[in-house]
Design a protein. Structure first.
Length: 212
C-alpha cells in the first residue's frame, strides 16, 4: 500500500493517488520507502520548458514523489554525499505544472506560496518538510542513486533514489492545512494572551517579609 499506518510510523511509497494523499494531515511524521526522484530549480526549468515544447518528461511523473535536493558527490564506498533539502519556494513557479503532470508528493525545506498552496488542493497533492542541516544523516536512508536526466547539470541533474525510511514531516496537506502557518498562529495567540506561568512561580525565591 502506498500509505500504510502502523503503531510506530506512517510509511509512504509510490505511486500515490488522491485516496492515499487524503489519509495524510499537516503535522504527520512520515517515512518514505522505495523510489523518489530529485529535481531542483535548474531541472524543473528544463523539464517544464521541454513539456511546453511538446516533449515528454524524462520519466512518467504520475503518482510520483519529488525531493528538492542537489546531493554532494559521494565519498568512496558511499552511495551519495550530503543530501539535505534546498529551499522549496524556488520551485514555486514550476510546481503547479509539475502537479498537472501527476506529481503527488513534494519534499523540501521552508514554506510554500499561496499559488502552490492552492495547487496542492486543486490537484490533491501534499508537501513535506525534510530536516534542514541534516544532509549527512538523511543520506543514510538512501540506498541507491541513478542519474536519469540532465546529466550536464551535475549535482542538479534529475536522479532516481531508492530510499529506506527517509524521514519527513507533512507540512501542507490536500485540505489546506499548513503546519508552518499553524505554528505562526499559535505564536500570535500566545503573544496576545501571554505565556503560561504556574501559580507560585512569581513569588518563588522571595522572602515572606516577616523579618525572620
Amino acid at each position: 500500500m502506498p500509505v500504510e499506518k502502523t503503531d510506530s510510523e506512517i510509511r509512504i511509497s509510490e505511486p500515490l493517488n488522491e485516496d492515499d494523499i487524503a489519509q495524510l494531515k499537516a503535522g504527520d511524521h512520515v517515512r518514505f520507502y522505495g523510489t523518489i526522484y530529485t529535481a531542483r530549480d535548474a531541472a524543473h526549468k528544463r523539464l517544464i520548458s521541454g513539456v511546453e515544447e511538446g516533449k515528454e518528461p524524462p520519466v512518467d511523473l504520475t503518482g510520483q514523489i519529488i525531493y528538492y535536493v542537489g546531493p554532494t558527490p559521494a565519498r568512496p564506498g558511499r552511495v551519495i554525499g550530503s543530501a539535505g533539502p534546498t529551499t522549496s519556494m524556488r520551485m514555486d513557479p514550476f510546481t503547479p505544472q509539475m502537479l498537472e503532470l501527476g506529481v503527488k508528493m513534494l519534499i523540501g525545506k521552508g514554506g510554500r506560496g499561496p499559488m502552490v498552496q492552492q495547487a496542492l488542493q486543486d490537484h490533491k497533492a501534499a508537501y513535506c518538510l525534510a530536516v534542514g542541516g541534516a544532509g549527512a544523516l538523511l543520506s543514510k536512508s538512501i540506498k541507491s542513486l541513478e542519474v536519469i536526466a540532465y546529466e550536464d547539470l551535475g549535482t542538479e541533474s534529475m536522479k532516481k533514489l531508492e530510499v529506506d525510511g527517509f524521514p519527513a514531516i507533512l507540512c501542507c496537506d490536500m485540505f489546506g492545512g499548513d503546519l508552518l502557518q499553524q505554528g505562526r498562529n499559535q505564536w500570535r495567540q500566545q503573544d496576545k494572551l501571554g505565556s503560561y506561568e504556574p501559580i507560585g512561580t512569581a513569588s518563588a525565591g522571595k522572602t515572606d517579609g516577616g523579618g525572620k
